[in-house]
Ligand binder design. Sequence first.
Ligand code: CP
Length: 334
Amino acid sequence: MADLQHVLGPADLSDADRAAILELARSIKATDGVPVPSRLRVGALYFDPSLRTRASFEQAVRVIGGAAQTLNPADTWNIELDPQAVMDGTSVENIVEAAGVLGRFFHLIGVRSFRRPGPWAVERTEPVLSRIAEHAGVPVISLEGATHHPCQGLADLLTLHEHFGDDLRGLPVTLCWSWHPRALPTAVPHTFLLQAALAGCDVAVAHPEGLDLDPEIVAQARTAAEARGGRVQVTHDRAAALAGRRVVYVKSWGPLEGGAPTPTSLRHWLVDEAALAATDAAKVMHCLPVRRNVVIASEVLDGPRSIVLDQAGNRLWAQAGLVSHLARRHGVIA
Ligand code: CP
């Protein structure tokens, strides 16, 4: 069995894996995806909503010649997530059998399952994704979990390379928190932080007090960046974190332990042209969906700084590279 099994976060991929995936993504993108028919069958299970991931993951499988099937648990049996549950309620199928069955149909399985209510100490173990990975018997790709969104991270990395060249070491990038009426999950900011660190970028993270990211992921990013000639700095001073930067990745998130909506007193963290004036002509990134004039001003999204659609477009090619790489490593395609 190939050693690369599940992809639940950026650290599940070695530098060599990442380079191979990006190379595959670029070459598939260059041909606009001329599929070579294969026996590859990929399933995707969504416990949470999606536009980009759902559409691009299916198309990614198709452009490499495989067959994709998207499953919405709301349309299947109600799945019990606790293998030890006494199932005398509404759930008629346990995740143990559901995962095992899907593993008999598909060579790879994508799963989206955001963080659930409950302690972060539990959620950071990815209880849904890791349980499916444990019982599926085939590789599982996170389509956004509680801790990470690795497919978004690969698309963001491909986009950074397209705009800033092959070597991202030392590139000044800022992960900049913005206000949102809901306390959003931390998967995307965790992934961008770690992915940029793994590329050796000079990463600043700016957020208000009380919105710390997972300390272990921050430490992991710091170690990864320093090993590659980069660094990670965290600050509550947004102006300092934006000055002279070439990339600003805007994202809102809530406290790790969940809870109340973010106070409206923080609405001034909206990223507009005035906030970006002291950057080094920074490009602006966001994973989408984005609330205009709440998270990012329309003047920014509609202007030349914005590369958010490049990121979204690259979801297709990055995932094609990822699925192709995994399927090759597991001997499903040549
Ligand atoms: N960025 C992203 O994952 O978008 P969706 O939630 O629409 O899939």
